[in-house]
Ligand binder design. Sequence first.
Ligand code: GDP
Length: 197
Amino acid sequence: MIIKSAEFVISNSDYRKCPQDGKPEYAFIGRSNVGKSSLINMLTNRKGLAMTSSTPGKTMLINHFLINDEWYLVDLPGYGYARRGKEGRDKLRKIIEDYVLEREAMTNLFVLIDSRHEPQKIDLEFMEWLGENGVPFAIVFTKADKLGSGRLQLNIDAYKEKLLETWEELPPVFVTSSEKGQGREELLSYIEQINSA
Ligand code: GDP
């Protein structure tokens, strides 16, 4: 897919206030610092499109970007902030859960996982919850350039094995590096393929 246009449309914390034109939405989510903003900027070829989670006030918002006038790329808040406190975490969970479960236009959720780390409970539980609720999702490993190819493969295999303890089948898996542009074509083709189906 060639990205002809990518523009920020709206930020808010309520899925009901998101755009109402029915265009398909592809949402990105992951723990803070997983590399979500970098990935969105890499995919769209726009350096400052997505703000990093260190940007004040950005962290609790659902951000819509219109791509090629055809589909929305949705930047969801990062989950799992230890610093947030219970009230903040509950509020955040509600924003995410409402969007994921209630948003009809949500076509596919990309769950970002830092390829350097061991499988984390919070990510596994989140994916479990997605499965239970029948939410279509794919896994995106980030920061692949930070590891040698042997180590990277070991980590990804370990992750897959962990998932197969509870899943019969794996969701689609992408391996990306925003630094190197790795995985860009694969991810965009995947979106294009769903859009044209
Ligand atoms: P977010 O909090 O999930 O939006 O994460 P950011 O995109 O802000 O990235 C967090 C940190 O990881 C930043 O210091 C990025 O420069 C770094 N980072 C993100 N993606 C990559 C990648 O593909 N390769 C490398 N080497 N660093 C990355």
